[in-house]
Design a protein around this ligand. Structure first.
Ligand code: AMP
Length: 282
């Protein structure tokens, strides 16, 4: 596996790959790999001739007071894990390489990026959309892989790709969970044992909502109440817990069509997100 730090070398490497007629799958990440990241690499491996994984803790998607400095970083460990997934290129640029002096462009996706995490973390999705646009431009992948764990991010990236006619296909991969249901996240390392135990309530809350829907309930309020009850029992007051359209994130008041139930909550010193697609039983 080749490790590339410069944009120019990444562009040359990708251009040579395309000139050979080989397809490229890109997996954008911020590193500190867990099984969720590895599942994206594995999907990319099965569907493309070449796999590029980008590892960049993107400063522009962190707000003031967020965990940019504390964010876990382990390039050597990540390189070993990516190599074991048969990744061809690990693209790990510095912040100065991605945002040189004078950098002045921001990509803003209106609508889907303005609600939920976009409202809770102002500017977050501008940072995401800008860096993803840059990565697509640098690597020019045929397919890019994102996790459904960050469901809103998938919608923002899909909108970006449609609006700017970017020639890349977006694949969303299922959420990978710990044995007790907690969605894997690089931020789970912030959880002390007490918070780690309580954090399972997020997945349990989504499951409780799903169970209510499976019993025939479609109205948003009882569905949300079931989830809220599970969170409250673990002392978790969510930042948001909302039922939204999986197409454009507009609020929905019933699960008559498939709906996205999304939650964000601070648990101990970690801010965690999770989500579940709910479908009415027939
Ligand atoms: P990150 O390094 O946290 O920015 O994540 C990089 C990619 O991995 C994003 O597309 C995430 O949605 C995805 N990802 C993170 N955690 C998981 C998970 N538990 N299951 C599936 N995909 C994930």
């Amino acid at each position: 596996m080749k490790i590339v730090h410069s944009v120019a070398e990444m562009q040359d490497t990708a251009a040579a790959t395309r000139a050979r007629g080989e397809s490229i799958g890109l997996v954008p990440t911020m590193g500190s790999f867990h099984a969720g990241h590895l599942s994206l690499m594995s999907a990319a491996r099965t569907q493309n001739d070449r796999v590029v994984v980008s590892l960049f803790v993107n400063p522009t998607q962190f707000g003031p007071g967020e965990d940019l400095a504390a964010y876990p970083r382990d390039l050597d460990g990540d390189a070993r894990l990516a190599a074991a997934e048969d990744v061809d290129v690990l693209f790990a640029p510095s912040a100065a390489e991605m945002y040189p002096d004078g950098f002045a462009t921001t990509v803003h996706v209106a609508g889907v990026a303005d609600v939920l995490d976009g409202a809770a973390r102002p500017g977050h999705f501008d940072g995401v959309a800008t860096v993803v646009a840059k990565l697509f431009s640098i690597v020019a992948p045929d397919v890019a892989y994102f996790g459904q764990k960050d469901a809103q991010q998938v919608l923002v990236v899909r909108r970006l790709v449609r609006d700017l006619n970017l020639p890349v296909r977006i694949e969303a991969c299922p959420i990978v969970r710990e044995a007790d249901g907690l969605a894997m996240s690089s931020r789970n390392v912030y959880l002390d044992p007490e918070a780690r135990a309580r954090a399972t309530a997020l997945n349990q809350a989504l499951s409780a909502a799903e169970a209510v829907v499976a019993l025939g309930e479609t109205r948003a309020e009882p569905v949300l109440a079931a989830a809220r009850g599970v969170l409250a029992a673990s002392g978790i007051d969510p930042e948001y817990l909302e039922l939204r359209s999986p197409d454009d994130l507009t609020p929905v008041d019933a699960v008559t069509e498939p709906a996205l139930l999304a939650v964000a909550a601070r648990v101990g010193s970690a801010r965690l997100i999770d989500n579940r697609m709910l479908e009415a039983s027939r």
